[in-house]
Design a protein around this ligand. Structure first.
Ligand SMILES: Nc1ncnc2c1ncn2[C@@H]1O[C@H](COP(=O)(O)OP(=O)(O)O)[C@@H](O)[C@H]1O
Ligand SMILES: [Mg+2]
Length: 409
């Protein structure tokens, strides 16, 4: 039996056992949105087990249900049918308050557009979830947030606000924030969705590194480069999981995979770097030995050649240059579904209105805490949007939101 067979079997055994290693489980989950007279079946029977220390990617084209699935996994929305179990407990049976607690303590989120609070420094953004828990002293919070920033390589950017950070740096802050309360699992919606290919790679390497240190991640993506960094990928299509792939140490460098899995849009050097990085992180020297021929990849003219078991396998480099130019630009952002979470946002704005009517001056912490209890909507998102859209009258005086009563009708 080879090493890889052994790990396959232990994986399958472990997946079958309903044990404490299972973090999330979907049982025949359906989600149908009602849009006027139309019903949109966004998820149609998802069965899924996510275990501790996984790095799972869920890959599929725009509109196939990725965001819907992540929202359900994260307790931000409910399935229309089926069950979602978080650490053995049926989330459908939780009260809103219990769900709010769970979202705060057990689940980390990285939303598609980072959703950092623009008024706050990187450090303060990372401290937000720590405020909700209310266990640590201010100094402990600062220390914890600083160590999280250091972990994502941003110790020297702690004082910068999001507008002073690059997209990749903002994403790092969002990742640091998602880990603040030591969640059981971090959900990332299109973590590389609007990053260039080099920055995407760096972010994925960071996620992989954190995963190898023990954190559990589920990332949605429409980008087929992303699963190369993961341990397991599920393809999703029209609301159904259609194909599973366990990504093993070095698997990606088989001839078949060079042809099929390595992104044609990357230029050759990038591909080779990617493959090597992948192998290194997967199992270091052991993996390299298993593959033997990682250094066999060479370029001749327009062709990539790899020698394997005496055979030469080649692959054309055609169109790579134009493709890499194409992806070096901004990655097209998925169109947001009409009405997507608008209802939640509306509810959040109303809630902000209500809260600030009662508390004419309220600290951002307190506002967020109150919102967190009242709503299922991601707080940072809501507040950023509300501030941007000026949907309520007021301003922030440092950390305190001041309601402008005069401006009220
Ligand atoms: N709030 C909503 N109301 C109605 N339809 C929605 C809503 N959110 C998503 N949808 C629809 O559900 C399907 C899946 O959407 P989504 O989960 O956002 O896909 P993805 O993230 O894979 O692009 C799409 O057809 C989308 O238009
Ligand atoms: Mg989406």
């Amino acid at each position: 039996m080879t090493e890889s067979d052994a790990s396959d079997i232990s994986y399958i055994k472990a997946a079958k056992a309903v044990d404490k290693d299972v973090i999330l489980e979907c049982i025949n989950v359906h989600k149908t949105y009602l849009l006027g007279a139309n019903a949109v079946a966004a998820l149609r029977g998802i069965d899924l087990v996510i275990k501790k220390q996984e790095f799972l990617t869920i890959m599929g084209p725009s509109g196939c249900g990725k965001t819907t699935l992540l929202n359900l996994l994260g307790g931000l929305d409910y399935p229309t049918r089926g069950k979602i179990m978080l650490e053995g407990k049926d989330m459908g049976k939780f009260s809103d308050n219990m769900l709010a607690d769970l979202r705060r303590d057990r689940i980390g989120y990285v939303f598609q557009f980072y959703n950092l609070l623009p008024l706050m420094s990187a450090l303060e953004n990372v401290m937000i979830p720590l405020h909700f828990q209310g266990v640590l002293s201010q100094k402990q919070k600062v220390d914890r947030a600083m160590s999280l920033l250091a972990m994502v390589g941003l110790a020297d950017r702690a004082k910068h606000t999001p507008s002073e950070l690059s997209g990749g740096e903002q994403q790092r802050v969002a990742i640091a924030r998602s880990l603040a309360n030591n969640p059981a699992i971090v959900l990332l919606d299109e973590p590389t969705g609007d990053l260039d290919s080099k920055t995407s790679r760096e972010i994925l390497e960071l996620i992989r590194e954190l995963n190898l240190k023990g954190a559990t991640f589920v990332a949605s993506t429409h980008d087929k480069r992303v699963p190369l960094f993961a341990k397991r990928n599920l393809d999703i299509l029209d609301g159904r999981l259609v194909h599973e792939k366990i990504i093993e140490a070095g698997e990606v460098v088989s001839e078949r995979d060079i042809k099929q899995n390595v992104d044609q849009d990357l230029d050759l050097d990038e591909q080779i770097k990617l493959i090597k990085a992948h192998v290194k992180a997967r199992g270091g020297i052991a993996a390299l030995k298993k593959i033997k021929s990682i250094d066999d990849i060479k370029v001749e003219g327009d062709t990539v050649i790899r020698k394997s078991s005496g055979k030469e396998v080649s692959m054309m480099q055609h169109d790579l240059e134009t493709s890499s130019k194409k992806i070096a630009g901004p990655v097209p952002v998925e169109a947001k579904a009409a009405g997507d979470s608008q209802k939640d946002l509306d509810a959040a704005y109303t809630e902000i209105e209500n809260i600030t009517r009662v508390y004419r001056k309220i600290t951002l912490d307190k506002l967020q805490k109150k919102l967190g209890i009242a709503l299922k909507t991601p707080l940072a998102d809501v507040i950023v949007q509300a501030i941007k859209k000026k949907v309520f009258n007021g301003y922030f005086d440092g950390d305190v939101f001041v309601r402008e009563m005069g401006a009220e009708q």
